[in-house]
Design a protein around this ligand. Structure first.
Ligand code: SAM
Length: 497
């Protein structure tokens, strides 16, 4: 058992969650330490939120390997939790003896203090703080916790120009400021900063200060912290302080099991952060298929808006309209559609054996939440992990379900033209495109979770109207196989016959 595992048992889950305390298993720490490129002779290391010191220890093991060139290590550690400090001191003592065996000088400081408050104070030059130190190596597994706008952490971070809603990005933002030019950072964090809308200012700040060298993802979402049962998609990154992004960023992945093989590939920086993207999204291609999907989609000319279309989330929030819901259609009701009504490419309604209601009363209270009947394209907002695709689109055809008005429930999105149905050829073209492997790969690479929201669909690039209509025209049946759909996309988008 590792020291970190023993401490995990001692600390208890509630306490761990309050402190964002998920300790890095030793194989992950060693992998992180292996990502640093040439090490400085005299290392000034910062380990912020050090826990039991797992990451400093991993770095020291790397530095003590043959020919590392390291002559001295000065480790600065910050840790808020009193209970864990003695374990941290034990680790640092072990680091000192390992270094002394290898003729490397090792000194360490333990700061039992709030890293954010202390470093923001130093960096903003407040009257009570001494000058900020500078480091050439930073290694971190920072705590993850939302911080609200009025919290002291947010205020402290704001004082150094960092506007961010999570502790982990606050930690990383401060570390990037504490590094000297050419200094290196390796961190493991949630993946949310790569594409979360709230993290835009952080991405901007990070990419302005740091050169992104390497990204590593785990294939399974509970991988890195399996022992702690943290269901979180994590990313490990290596970045160097500087202003010129490298031409090639290495992207690697592994299953997350100790000793598992790692596959790696180089991508142009422009494939990771698109040159004109104001959102500065960091795309992480998990394999070549994903990478080419992102590159191919970025060539498409249209957006939903330029096609004159809109996508909205179903407006019927069922628990708010409970009294109007009916298990079966009857007088005064209209069809109510849930994802359970998706049946291959079309809608199967009513589904009397389903647990969900099939109908909703059409009255003055419910009418604002209904839409006029027409041809709509529906997509599921949430897909199960077992589902073959992240995006599942199905066609609602008024010829199959006779009604004047319809209710779309909140777990689905619907494509429409100004609140009304779509033209048939265009709807069928969208059906082909959205159900293609190309779009699926794009979503898999772009977002870490299985949810596809209306904003994601608005942000997607689309083929032009003529191409969509041609694909729609060529679609013979809505229960076409995946191969048939993909072939249609290839033929019409890339002219392969
Ligand atoms: C995710 S854990 C990682 C610990 C260790 N670096 C590792 O990798 O095993 C984050 C650590 O940060 C500490 N922490 C949380 N908030 C902190 C703060 N504001 N200042 C310093 N440490 C903090 C927690 O107690 C916890 O030990």
């Amino acid at each position: 058992m590792y020291l970190s595992e023993i401490t995990t048992e001692l600390l208890g889950r509630e306490r761990q969650e309050a402190l964002g305390q998920f300790l890095t298993p030793s194989p992950v720490g060693d992998f992180m330490a292996s990502l640093f490129s040439t090490l400085p002779h005299n290392v000034r290391l910062i380990d912020a939120g050090a826990g039991t010191g797992a990451l400093t220890a991993a770095f020291v093991r790397r530095a003590c390997a043959k020919d590392s060139g390291v002559k001295s290590i000065y480790a600065t550690t910050y840790e808020l939790d009193t209970k864990i400090l003695s374990a941290l001191r034990v680790t640092l003592a072990e680091c000192e003896s390992l270094c002394s065996e290898r003729g490397i000088s090792f000194k360490a400081e333990v700061h039992h203090a709030d890293f954010i408050e202390t470093m923001a104070g130093k960096l903003s030059g407040d009257l009570f703080s001494s000058a900020a130190p500078s480091f050439n190596i930073a290694i971190a597994n920072p705590p993850y916790k939302k911080i609200n706008t009025a919290s002291p952490e947010r205020r402290a971070l704001r004082s150094v120009g960092l506007e961010t809603s999570n502790l982990y990005t606050g930690f990383v933002g401060l570390l990037t400021r504490l590094l000297e030019d050419g200094g290196q950072l390796v961190a493991i964090t949630p993946r949310s900063f790569c594409n979360g809308p709230y993290f835009r200012p952080f991405r901007e700040d990070f990419l302005n200060l740091m050169e992104l060298q390497h990204l590593h993802v785990f294939e399974s979402r509970d991988a890195a912290f399996r022992d702690d049962a943290v269901l979180q998609e994590n990313v490990i990154f290596h970045a160097t302080k500087g202003k010129t992004q490298p031409p090639i960023v290495t992207v690697s992945s592994s299953s997350g099991d100790a000793g598992a093989s790692i596959t790696a590939k180089g991508f142009h920086f422009a494939e990771i952060v698109y040159p004109n993207d104001v959102e500065r999204f960091i795309h992480i291609p998990a394999d070549t298929g994903h990478a080419s999907a992102t590159a191919r989609l970025s060539d498409l000319p249209d957006s939903l808006a330029s096609l004159g279309l809109t996508v909205s989330t179903g407006r019927v929030v069922d628990f708010r309209l409970k009294n109007a819901l009916r298990p079966t259609p009857g007088p005064g009701t209209v069809p109510l559609l849930y994802p359970c009504h998706f049946n291959g490419g079309t809608v199967h309604w009513p589904k009397l054996e389903a647990r969900k209601p099939n109908a909703i009363l059409d009255n003055a209270e419910t009418r604002p939440w209904l839409v006029p009947s027409g041809l709509y394209l529906l997509t599921k907002r949430f897909t199960s992990k077992e589902e073959r695709r992240r995006l599942v689109a199905c066609l609602f055809d008024p010829a199959d379900v006779k009604a004047e008005w319809l209710g779309f429930e909140n777990h689905l999105n619907y494509f429409h033209t100004d609140g009304k149905g779509l033209e048939r050829k265009l709807a069928l073209g969208l059906f082909v495109y959205l159900n293609s492997t190309l779009v699926d790969q794009y979503f898999r690479c772009f977002s870490g979770h299985t949810q596809v929201n209306a904003t994601d669909l608005r942000r997607l690039a689309y083929p032009d109207r003529a191409t969509l209509e041609a694909m729609g025209n060529a679609l013979k049946r809505t229960d076409a196989s995946q191969d048939e759909l993909d072939q249609l996309v290839e033929n019409h988008l890339y002219g392969l016959q």
